[in-house]
Every structure is written in C-alpha cells, then in structure tokens.
Design a protein around this ligand. Structure first.
Ligand SMILES: Cc1cc2nc3c(=O)[nH]c(=O)nc-3n(C[C@H](O)[C@H](O)[C@H](O)COP(=O)(O)O)c2cc1C
Length: 342
C-alpha cells in the first residue's frame, strides 16, 4: 500500500537532487574547494555529474506521484546510492580522495538507503498473492462488526466506475453525489441504471430525480477526486455539494440538471423509471442517455471511448480509488476463432 511518507521522501529527494545538481553545474569547483581537494582538470565532468543528478531529481518527482508504480526509478536511484559510496570507500582505501568528500556521500546517498529500500520492499511484498485460500462463509462474515462487514462486502463486486450524479430540485437547489453502482443496461435505447441506498433520512439525489425526472452523470477524474469523494458527506438539504465541495455546476444545452464542469466525460440523462428493490429497500433508477459530452480525442472512429485517456477513475468499496491501466482491446469473441488484440 502506498504511504504518504513514500511520496514525501521522493518529493524531497527530487528537490534535493535538482538543487544539488544545479550547484554542481553552476559552481563546479566549490565541492572540491570545500573538501580541500585538488580542483579537477575538467570541471565539465563534474558539471555533467550535476546534470545527471539533477535530471534524476525530475525522475524522483515523477515517482513521487505514484511511488509503487514508478519503482524502477526508485530502484535505479538506490543502486546509484549504493555504488556511489562503494566507489567512494574504494578511493578512500586507495588514498586517492579526501575523506571530507564524505559529506556528499552522506546526504546524496546514505540517508536515502532506508526509505528507498522500504519503498522497494513494499513493491516486493505486494507482488503475487498468498497461495493460501481463506474461506469465509456467511455465518462468519455476517457477524463481522458493521463497518468491517460493509467494507468486506462492498469490495467483493470488484472495480466499479466512479461517477457524480448531478441533480436539481423544483426550486433550483442543486445536489451532487458520488456513486459507484452505475451500470450499463442496454445500448439501444441507451439505458443506464444505478442504485440508491435506503435511508431513513431524505435522499436528495432520489427526491430530485423523482421531482425533475432528469440527472447528469459525470466521470470522476484524478483532478477532482477528493472533492468528488467529499460529496458523499451528509450535507443538509439546503447546502449544495457543488459549493461545499468546490466543484463547478455548469448547464449545457438547456438541460435542467447541472453538470460538473471539471468532469471530462458527462451525460445528460432522463429518468425512465424508479424500481424499488424489496429485498433491501434500495431504489433502482433507470435512465436514458440523451446527450454525451467528451473530449474529442477520447472518441475513436469505431465508437470506443478511451476513458483512460480522459483520466476517469474507478473505485473499489467506498474508499479505494484506482487508475485504469490499459492492457488492450480484444476482438469480438466468436466460437470459430481465438480473440485477436486490436
Ligand atoms: C465511492 C462511493 C460510492 C458510493 N456509491 C453509492 C451508490 O452507488 N449509491 C448510493 O446510494 N450511495 C453511494 N454512495 C454514498 C453517497 O455518495 C452518499 O450517500 C451521498 O451523500 C448521498 O447524497 P444525497 O443524500 O444528497 O443523495 C457512495 C459513496 C462513496 C464514497
């Protein structure tokens, strides 16, 4: 699991490398003067070292965004931080280098060993999975404490889409709510469905949809993830999640319900029907897609929508957000041939 200290470590490492690199490029003799060593014949070589260190700093900054995903940058960095001190120790042993240079080694290399190693260990630990299968039957999980049971069951349906449902009531009060239960119901007509949980309290999304017969669906992307998640908080009816969560309501083509301006793929949807699910008092909302808005470059000629390119996220359970990583597209499955990568 990625931890915040991993990101911070790589951020600091990145800034440190860039500063150190700039120092070596701009003042190539200074490190030698400080260490009381002879000045190099070709300071350009030291400047070149500074350039490489600085450029690697950029790599750390990139890795800071997603340390476990960018582990090769961390690994190559750690190798450099191991081989550098080995070379230094060898030069000291040979008496060809002043020991005072060790300060560089301490701050450039040694202090990073532990955090970099722990980042790589986290990558290693999560490779593969346990060979031991654990069976948990209903009599056991139904006795989990409430939150644990919900978290456990919520995660079982796998990766789900994350969308914001934009609605408005008859008085013009807007509402925004994150959902993960949206699913495709049919292409012709273009139908989607989602589930609204039961509640003793008023459900603004449900009430608004039943009142105005329309809503918008807005894909969540990384830039608005925290705001999108925050819409799940129980704000009073008179508070719009657009305002409370710092998202922008926009109205497109006279459609009554508000869209999320920051979302890249969005749909205007008309209510077709609400169906009560008697087994657990949830509400099944069926909607018909009336218009789709998406970036031009996310629509391929064959109709494929590149949601990955649009940065749309998915979610597992109610708190674990993920980015999609493309494996590829497979041809339509036929009984007489194997699928082809397209
Ligand atoms: C990731 C995530 C997914 C959610 N999915 C749903 C869902 O599919 N259906 C639902 O009713 N609530 C879902 N919720 C909870 C709603 O977002 C939350 O109850 C919301 O405040 C309801 O708003 P409203 O009362 O204004 O309609 C989800 C919450 C999170 C964090």
């Amino acid at each position: 699991m990625v931890k915040i200290w991993m990101k911070k470590t790589l951020l600091i490492a990145g800034i440190y490398n860039i500063l150190w690199g700039a120092w070596a490029v701009l003042f190539p003799n200074m490190a030698f003067e400080l260490a009381g060593a002879e000045l190099p014949n070709y300071p350009q070589i030291w400047q070149c070292v500074g350039m490489i260190v600085g450029v690697y700093g950029l790599g750390y900054l990139i890795a800071a965004k997603s340390p476990l995903k960018h582990w090769p940058i961390v690994m190559v960095g750690l190798l450099g931080k191991i081989f550098g001190p080995i070379g230094f120790a060898w030069s000291i042993y040979q008496g060809t280098f002043p020991i005072k240079f060790g300060w560089n080694i301490l701050f450039n290399d040694l202090i990073w060993w532990i955090p970099f190693t722990f980042i790589l260990k986290a990558v290693w630990d999560r490779r593969g999975h346990s060979q031991i299968t654990k069976g948990i039957d209903e009599s056991e999980f139904s006795h989990f404490p409430d939150r644990k049971r919900a978290t456990f069951i919520n995660g079982l349906s796998g990766y789900k889409s994350s969308n914001l449902i934009g609605t408005i009531d008859g008085n013009g009060h807007t509402n925004l709510s994150i959902i993960s239960s949206l699913f495709h119901l049919g292409a012709s007509p273009a139908l989607v469905g989602f589930i609204i949980r039961p509640s003793s309290a008023r459900r603004d999304t449900l009430e608004n949809i039943l009142e105005t017969k329309c809503f918008t669906i807005n894909h969540v992307n990384k830039d608005i993830l925290e705001q999108a998640h925050q819409t799940s908080a129980r704000y009073p009816q008179e508070v719009s999640e657009f305002d409370a969560c710092d998202l922008t309501a926009e109205y497109l083509d006279q459609f009554k319900a508000p869209f999320v301006a920051e979302s890249r793929i969005k749909m205007a949807v008309e209510l077709v029907r609400e169906e009560k699910i008697i087994e657990n008092n949830t509400h099944f909302i069926i909607g018909r897609i009336k218009k789709v808005y998406l970036p031009e470059d996310c629509l391929d000629d064959d109709g494929h929508v590149d949601i990955n390119r649009a940065g749309s996220l998915c979610v597992s359970g109610l708190d674990t957000y993920l980015e999609g990583e493309l494996i590829g597209r497979l041809s339509y499955a036929k009984t007489d041939r194997k699928p082809q990568w397209i």
